[in-house]
Structures are given as structure tokens and as C-alpha cells.
Design a protein around this ligand. Structure first.
Ligand SMILES: Nc1ncnc2c1ncn2[C@@H]1O[C@H](COP(=O)(O)OP(=O)(O)O)[C@@H](O)[C@H]1O
Ligand SMILES: [Mg+2]
Length: 248
């Protein structure tokens, strides 16, 4: 790969029918290997930003380039193919299919991408092992704890070795100990080189997981700070502390 950024947004704006724009001229660049948190209160445009990067929605103006692909110019089929090949996503509520076993959930992206059955199975079992949930391979998601379900979702997201992992409030539905497990998992993945974009309203999660925090206010970048390292979480938290109510 070249030195081109993993994510590059230029003057990216998203307007819905009425009201102010959900994203208002966002320009930002994320390099391969970064773990960046997108921080902002509810309604600040975080999910809109994520959807544009994932090719799930189109900007009203401006460009979205990911891993060299002009995502904003893709058609429906191209955009689905791009997501399968380049993007892994995890969500607050896991989005697993309850009618499928853990293993079958993890296999879905490989099947959609046309990976051979044997290879897909090997990779899925290996990922479940790495994530410490291989003993649940034949269980159904509803039998698992929240933390275990999020691990399954992470395995599924990693199935096609995505260039970019997008996480939308991945610890939002978890108890504090499971949330800490998932946070450490993200740290491990990033240490192995995985580029991660973490969307959250949780200042502490952002400060202790990402090494860079981009804060959105009313759809615009209000702050873009490279932290002095995740170990210096306390210092970061101090610089990010704002008047009560502004950022949760
Ligand atoms: N499909 C939509 N139609 C109209 N307005 C929307 C739509 N999606 C989001 N918005 C608006 O865009 C703004 C940003 O929303 P969103 O990106 O979901 O924020 P966040 O994820 O930070 O909570 C909000 O004002 C929201 O109401
Ligand atoms: Mg959101």
C-alpha cells in the first residue's frame, strides 16, 4: 500500500430534507494503523459520518475516499462489494442473527464474498479461538452473555480481513467488565495493525482506547487531538472536560 490515507473526507456535507445539515463540511484524514475515536453528543453526526464511510449513504457534497476507493461514487452493487471487501462493522446491539449459530453468524461475510467453504470454516474457527469463544461455536447467540455476543460480532467483522474496522458504541450495551474486555480487544487489534474508527459519546472510552480523538459538534469537527498516548488517559480526560451537558 502507498502512503495514501485509509480514510479521507474533503468538505463532506450531508443534508436531510429539513433542518440543519447532519454533517457540515467535514475534512479529515485517517492513516492506516490509527485508532481514532469520533466523539460527540447525540445528534452531532457520528452515525451519519460512519454511514458515509461505510458507503451506506451518500454525501450531499464533498468526497469520501477509503483505502483508495471513492466510496461516494460507488453504485449500489459496488458499494456492497466495497463493504464486504474492506469494512468490518460492530454495533452497540451486536446485530447477530438469532436463528443462526455463532459459527454460522461468523461465516456470513465469507459466504457473501465467495470464499470456499473449507477456507471460511477454518478462518471462522481460528477467529473464534483467538477471541476465546470457540466453545460456543454451535450455540445460538441468545444463549451468550452480552460480552460474548460482542466477541462473536467482532469475529464476524474480522472475517474478511477488513482494511477498516468501524465500531459504533461497541460497549454501549455491556456491563463494565465486558465493556473493558471489548476495549482491550480493540487495543489488541490495533496493536496488530488494524485501523479502527470508534464512534462513541463516552469520553473515557475514547481517551483510553484511541490515540486520537475527533470531536463533532453540530456536524462539524470541533476538535481533533492526538493524545499523548492511551496510557495518559487521565491527562486527555482533563483537556476534553467541557461544561456539564455539552459532552456526555
Ligand atoms: N435519515 C435521516 N433523516 C433525517 N434526519 C436525520 C436522518 N439521520 C440522521 N438525521 C439527523 O442528523 C443529525 C445527526 O444524526 P446522527 O448522525 O444520527 O447523530 P449521532 O449518531 O451523533 O447521534 C441529527 O439531527 C438527526 O436527527
Ligand atoms: Mg449515532
Amino acid at each position: 500500500m502507498t502512503n495514501a490515507p485509509m480514510i479521507d473526507l474533503r468538505g463532506t456535507t450531508k443534508k436531510y430534507d429539513d433542518g440543519p445539515p447532519a454533517l457540515a463540511g467535514v475534512t479529515l484524514s485517517v492513516a492506516a494503523g490509527e485508532c481514532v475515536a469520533i466523539l460527540g453528543h447525540s445528534g452531532s453526526g457520528k452515525s451519519t459520518l460512519l454511514n458515509l464511510i461505510a458507503g451506506l449513504d451518500k454525501p450531499s457534497s464533498g468526497t469520501v475516499t477509503v483505502d483508495g476507493t471513492r466510496v461516494d461514487q460507488l453504485g449500489e452493487a459496488g458499494s456492497a462489494k466495497y463493504r464486504r471487501a474492506s469494512i468490518g462493522m460492530i454495533f452497540q446491539f451486536f446485530n447477530l442473527l438469532d436463528d443462526l449459530t455463532v459459527l454460522d453468524n461468523v461465516l456470513i461475510p465469507a459466504q457473501l464474498a465467495g470464499m470456499s467453504k473449507g477456507e471460511a470454516r477454518r478462518r471462522a474457527v481460528e477467529l473464534l479461538g483467538t477471541l476465546g469463544i470457540d466453545r460456543h461455536a454451535k450455540a445460538y447467540p441468545q444463549r451468550l452473555s452480552g460480552g460474548e455476543r460482542q466477541r462473536v460480532a467482532v469475529a464476524r467483522a474480522l472475517m474478511n480481513s477488513p482494511a477498516l474496522l468501524l465500531a459504533d458504541e461497541p460497549t454501549g450495551a455491556l456491563d463494565s467488565s465486558s465493556a473493558e474486555d471489548v476495549r482491550r480487544l480493540l487495543l489488541d487489534l490495533n496493536a496488530d495493525g488494524q485501523t479502527i474508527l470508534l464512534v462513541t459519546h463516552d469520553v473515557q472510552l475514547a481517551a483510553t482506547t484511541a490515540h486520537r480523538i475527533i470531536e463533532l459538534v453540530d456536524g462539524a469537527v470541533a476538535r481533533d487531538v492526538v493524545t499523548s498516548g492511551r496510557d495518559a488517559a487521565v491527562a486527555v480526560r482533563t483537556t476534553l472536560t467541557r461544561p456539564a451537558g455539552e459532552v456526555r
